[in-house]
Design a protein around this ligand. Structure first.
Ligand code: SDX
Length: 426
């Protein structure tokens, strides 16, 4: 039996249907509101607005719960591979062994770039940020791979092509930036190990496979694979709603992720920790700065639009941190600064009252440093991980008969009607 929300405004009463999700989350369906009442709702940043129905990822921000297609992130981080998790997000179920083998073969077959794409890298200025390169290269894929979504096979191949080639593009951006020739994918390596091979192999120092390092990267990408309607996924859905090709939609996700308030935070956390270290800043002074409303400084890697509890991914990232530092015998002084910062912030009433906890970005940079990834590649690492989530949401939106082109309304605060003034009267 449908429940209704009663709205009384301007002396009139409107009954708006309530829709309920599978775990009891409820929403007031306002699709008829403007037509019936002339009113729209107002919610800058959409913090209280459901933009779609989705069956991909569930988050409970108050309880710190994250599930991909119903499976808790803790179980996937412990048991799954990034490729298997990508299949789960996109297909909606875990793959069979045979399917997993087929996917791995296809990912290998699709891992090369068109040789002409390599020319692009020579023409970017040397200091170009790799997120700008990645966004441009993914967008350029449309020109090299015109077959898109005409058949289910085309679609699956396009998804695998994106997931496979994004590694090659990212590693190539790094190699070119350090003046080395790009390294071709090696068919003997798994998804994660192949990326590390393309990043770190050189003709004089061959890449030495280390299972613990590859495993750490695998968990890093599983943790980043999806996060329901975050900023970059919303960008993919909005751009995709205009029915542009999937590569352009993915490229918009990369651009949206780049910002320091979103995926760029992992890079910003390291810069913050390095500044504390290099300037010998007192942790208490940094905390004070973060609490000062007049100061735009925010504690990078802390706080979240949805999580008002400890980000479950940050907990897992912290254990990966400890493991990889122990294995690589790296003593990263930034880790002790991060832990001191976390302890002081979590003990401070300001952070407690505002429910500000470490998010996925707080420890992820330390893990990437231990793997040997340069800081300016951190957000690229986030993008590679998030790609399967963007694909799953693009697909869900593209084939949802209820979805329309995204086109929000506004509350207009500009001039009322004015006369045009000829230039000699201005
Ligand atoms: C990601 O959405 C997702 O799911 C994103 C993501 C994903 O996987 O896709 O999880 C990945 O982007 C994680 C977030 C990474 N960003 C950072 O770490 C940057 C630092 N964090 C903040 O800038 C901030 O917390 C945001 C941007 C993440 C959220 O901003 P909101 O929505 O304004 O946070 P809020 O409403 O909870 O803030 C409540 C109060 C505000 O102050 P008042 O207006 O009440 O006075 O807390 C303050 C905020 O100004 N606040 C902070 C703070 N975060 C929020 N103050 C100091 N330091 C911070 N980090």
């Amino acid at each position: 039996m449908t429940e209704y929300a009663r709205l009384i405004v301007d002396g009139k009463e409107y009954n708006l249907p309530v829709i309920e999700g599978t775990v009891g989350d409820k929403a007031i369906d306002i699709r008829s509101l403007r037509q019936e009442s002339g009113f729209i709702t107002f919610d800058p940043g959409f913090g209280n607005t459901g933009s779609c129905k989705s069956a991909i990822t569930f988050m409970d921000g108050e309880k710190g719960i994250l599930r991909y297609r119903g499976i808790p992130i803790e179980e996937l981080a412990e048991h799954s591979s990034f490729v298997e998790t990508a299949f789960l997000l996109i297909a909606g179920r875990l793959p069979s062994r045979a399917e997993l083998t087929t996917i791995s073969v296809n990912l290998n077959d699709l891992s090369l770039l068109h040789e002409n794409m390599k020319q692009f890298y020579q023409n970017f200025p040397s200091r170009t940020h790799p997120m700008g390169i990645l966004s441009a290269m993914v967008n350029a894929m449309r020109s090299f791979h015109p077959e898109l979504v005409d058949s289910k096979e085309d679609l699956q191949r396009t998804f695998l092509r994106l997931i496979s080639k994004v590694r090659t593009m990212a590693a190539m951006a790094y190699k070119v930036s350090i003046g080395q020739n790009p390294v071709y994918p090696n068919p003997n390596y798994s998804y994660c190990a192949n990326f590390l091979h393309m990043m770190f192999d050189t003709p004089v120092v061959p890449y030495r496979f280390d299972k613990d390092v590859s495993d750490a990267l695998n968990v890093f990408w599983v943790l980043h694979a999806d996060h329901e309607q975050n900023c970059s996924t919303t960008a993919v859905r909005v751009v995709g709603s205009g029915k542009v090709n999937i590569y352009a939609a993915m490229s918009s996700g990369i651009a949206a992720l780049w910002g320091p308030l979103h995926g760029g935070a992992n890079q910003a956390v390291i810069y913050m920790l390095e500044e504390i270290q290099s300037k010998g800043l007192k942790i208490s002074d940094v905390i004070k700065r973060a609490k000062d409303k007049k100061n735009p400084f925010k504690l990078m890697g802390f706080g979240h639009r949805v999580y008002k509890a400890y980000d479950p991914r940050a907990k897992i990232m912290k254990t990966i941190c400890d493991k990889i530092l122990k294995k690589t015998k790296i003593k990263d002084s930034l880790l002790s600064i991060a832990m001191e910062l976390e302890e002081e912030a979590l003990g401070d009433p300001f952070f407690q009252e505002k429910n500000l906890y470490p998010n996925v970005d707080f420890y992820s940079g330390i893990v990437l440093r231990a793997i040997g990834i340069p800081t300016n590649m951190f957000t690229v690492m986030f993008a590679i991980g998030r790609l399967p989530g963007w694909i799953a949401h693009w697909q869900e939106d593209f084939f949802d008969p209820e979805m329309k082109i995204s086109r929000p309304r506004q509350v207009y605060t500009g001039e009322t009607e004015l006369k045009y003034l000829p230039i000699d009267q201005r």
